[in-house]
Ligand binder design. Structure first.
Ligand code: C2E
Ligand code: CA
Ligand code: CA
Ligand code: CA
Length: 280
């Protein structure tokens, strides 16, 4: 009765209607955003502890809307997922990030950021073409498969099925798989048994508790120990202070990412960071 009550309300709720229209407008604009050159990528460094040396980059999508200005991925990615636009958008992100990584390897050789991580939505992962899309991005760019990591969330692979098969296909290609926002799902440890991955990205909500919460520190420490024992790369996400970075190192962490080290950078800023000085 409660369900139908809510449903009945929704039909006549003007606020709901406004939200639906806003959603539809955003979707319509998003559907032409790539071809209009409004979409680009930023790259946030993943660094080694305690040196701060570049260990990889995570590609993060940006949309510069002609009227609204920058729209946050937190706002438009859910719209893209709901409408299915994420499939085409995600394919563009894969091609562009592989192209950029390969270009940097050509240009900087051993000094190039070695690894590129790309976020992949559940909706993309279950597309039958997904492995072929990844393969094409690698082939067209010439990027070696082991340089690419796909970041997926625990909930995407929780149910097994096509998403889990896609993970297996990635690993068969030699592409690495990272579990993003690790610890926030319903069965984080269970998943480590059933889903073969290479990287754990420990969610910011746990890292936030370092160093003042005994409980959060215990979780952060345990995840690193389990991951390391399984020979996975463990990365602490959302590190914002020097105190956190130092403490994570003491707790055994070898990799981190966050505003303390770098914000998401433009391609040009990445090049400056690699070169150690501004590129002329
Ligand atoms: P995520 O994959 O968990 O990415 C981390 C987010 O946290 C990024 O936000 C990043 O800018 C932000 N961040 C990094 N370090 C810090 C820190 O120290 N403090 C704080 N407060 N934030 C930090 P962003 O770029 O707005 O992306 C938000 C989410 O949108 C991502 O979360 C990811 O789920 C999704 N997303 C971004 N790009 C893509 C994409 O190309 N494809 C897909 N499917 N999803 C994407
Ligand atoms: Ca991510
Ligand atoms: Ca994350
Ligand atoms: Ca997240």
């Amino acid at each position: 009765a409660k369900e139908s009550g809510r449903g009945r309300c929704a039909e006549f709720d003007p606020a709901m209607d406004a939200r639906a229209r806003e959603h539809a407008r955003l979707a319509a604009d998003l559907s032409v955003a790539v071809e209009r050159g409004e979409i680009h990528l930023r790259y946030q460094p993943i660094v080694a502890l305690p040196s701060g040396d570049l260990a990889g980059l995570e590609a993060l999508i940006r949309w510069n809307h002609p009227v609204r200005g920058p729209v946050s991925p937190a706002e438009f990615i859910p719209v893209a997922e709901k409408t299915g636009l994420i499939v085409g958008l995600g394919a563009w992100v894969l091609r562009e990030s592989c192209r950029q990584a390969a270009a940097w390897i050509d240009r900087y050789g051993d000094r190039a950021p070695g690894k590129m991580s790309v976020n992949v939505s559940a909706r993309q992962l279950i597309e039958p073409d997904f492995p072929a899309t990844v393969e094409a991005a690698l082939r067209e760019s010439g990027l070696p498969a082991e340089r690419l990591t796909v970041e997926i969330t625990e909930t995407a692979v929780f149910g097994g099925g096509p998403a889990l098969e896609a993970v297996q296909a990635m690993r068969a290609l030699g592409v690495r798989v990272a579990l993003d926002d690790f610890g926030t799902g319903h069965s984080s440890l269970g998943l480590l048994r059933t889903c073969p991955v290479d990287v754990l990205k420990v969610d910011k909500s746990f890292v936030d508790g370092v160093p003042h919460s005994v409980e959060q520190e215990a979780i952060v420490t345990s995840v690193n120990e389990i991951g390391t024992a399984m020979r996975l790369q463990v990365i602490a996400e959302g590190v914002e202070t020097a105190t956190q970075a130092e403490r994570l190192h003491v707790l055994g962490y070898r990799y981190a990412q966050g505003f303390h080290f770098d914000r998401p950078l433009t391609a040009q800023e990445c090049e400056e960071r690699v070169a150690g000085s501004p590129v002329p």
